[in-house]
Design a binder for this molecule. Structure first.
Ligand code: SF4
Length: 391
């Protein structure tokens, strides 16, 4: 199937160009380009010149190359389009409402590059029909729900919007009394920090709406320490100076962010910048993502190993799975069991519920695990062994 081109990308940073053709990537050989053409016919592909320049073309396994350059394994028949069933919680144009206090507002289907492992790649293929065409419907929905106190602007990447358009949305949200926290989910500081550095109006605008008693949060998406370039660090500092709190979250991806050393370095470097690592996500088994997934047990022990190398400030992470039933924290693994807890639940009956599954070292999603004892208490959980056996 030929992938339909739906993006009208206007480069937000003057010095950055967007590239949508493999032919324009000099680091790839002609043979590699030919091999990869079927992948980009099936799945979206684009990159920008800033990120392209970070790739080490002498290393075929370079993690940044892996993040943005297609992989033949994406064509394996595997996974689902909408693993976490986001369509089921889509309640208005671009609005997802799964947890009582939080609303996700998908304000654009554009990003500064296309991460190969993206779990929302369906929105790039479906003409962005899950993102907000008209924001008024979403705003009306939020206004009518006083229980909602925080809104996550996502997509796509909200920093792909012009500053004026973003301000329209943020100012509308700020006029709703019950909205205390506005979050911006963005990979722009990693993909194209010039979007921030070249637009002095952006930090000024954010400073106007990030109040001391009601902050704006930026949830950045750095996957690898090499994305923390001088420009990226400067962009982070610029946003922090505007009074915005920055946190980082990313999925654990095979060949990119799945080594304890890589994770520990990333979390430590971020902590030096004043950015806390928030979630590490289990990669969703989305169509095309087979080459990027890491089984739960392996991921758990690698994350624990990375934590050993970090200060308390650098390892404030939660390893979670965004399942259709809620956000599930993987809290422990022993010889026979995997221990989990609902960090956020779709149904109130699951709120904070602790549960146990039989250990399966091949499983990469909850649905593949067999429940062991749904009523096991937290007391029994104490004293479990955390010795890795995957290596
Ligand atoms: S930045 Fe986020 S939404 Fe955009 S392609 Fe990457 S993972 Fe997907």
């Amino acid at each position: 199937m030929e992938h339909r081109t739906v993006h009208k990308i206007r480069p937000p940073g003057k010095r950055v160009n967007f590239i949508r053709s493999l032919d324009r990537i000099r680091g790839l050989s002609d043979r590699e380009k030919e091999l990869l053409r079927p992948v980009i016919r099936e799945f979206p592909f684009w990159i920008n010149s800033y990120y392209l320049n970070l790739i080490d073309w002498n290393n075929p396994h370079d993690p940044l190359r892996r993040l943005i350059i297609p992989d033949l394994g994406e064509l394996d028949d595997w996974g689902e389009s909408d693993v976490s069933n986001e369509k089921a919680v889509t309640v208005a144009d671009g609005v997802q409402h799964k947890y009582p206090r939080t609303v996700l507002f998908l304000v654009t289907e554009n990003c500064a590059g296309c991460c190969r492992y993206c779990f929302r790649k369906r929105i790039f293929r479906d003409d962005g029909c899950e993102t907000a065409g008209n924001i008024n419907e979403g705003l009306d929905y939020i206004k009518a729900r006083p229980e909602v106190d925080n809104v996550l602007l996502t997509g796509g990447d909200p920093l792909m919007l012009s500053t004026r358009r973003l301000e329209n949305i943020i100012s509308e949200l700020r006029s709703i009394e019950h909205i205390r926290i506005i979050r911006l989910g963005t990979k722009i500081p990693a993909f194209n920090p010039h979007r921030i550095l070249d637009d002095p109006e952006l930090p000024k605008m954010l400073a106007r709406y990030s109040y001391p008693e009601s902050r704006i949060y930026m949830i950045a998406h750095f996957d690898h320490p090499r994305e923390l370039t001088c420009e990226a660090r400067k962009a982070v500092n610029t946003i922090q100076a505007a009074g915005v709190i920055i946190l980082n979250q990313n999925p654990i991806i095979r060949g990119i962010s799945d080594q304890p050393d890589t994770m520990a370095t990333l979390w430590k470097e971020l902590s030096y910048l004043g950015v806390a690592q928030y979630y590490v996500f289990q990669t969703r088994p989305t169509i095309g993502n087979k080459p990027y997934t890491v089984p739960i047990v392996e991921a758990y022990f690698k994350i624990e190993e990375a934590k050993k190398r970090c200060s308390g400030l650098a390892k404030r992470i939660k390893y979670v799975m965004s399942h259709s039933s809620g956000k599930i924290e993987i809290v422990g693994v022993d010889r026979r069991h995997i221990y989990m807890k609902y960090h956020r639940a779709k149904h109130p009956r699951d709120d904070q519920r602790f549960f146990v599954c039989y250990r399966d070292d091949e499983a990469f999603w909850l649905d593949q695990l067999k429940p062991a004892d749904r009523h096991r208490s937290n007391n029994e959980f104490r004293g479990m062994t955390l010795s890795p056996s995957w290596n």
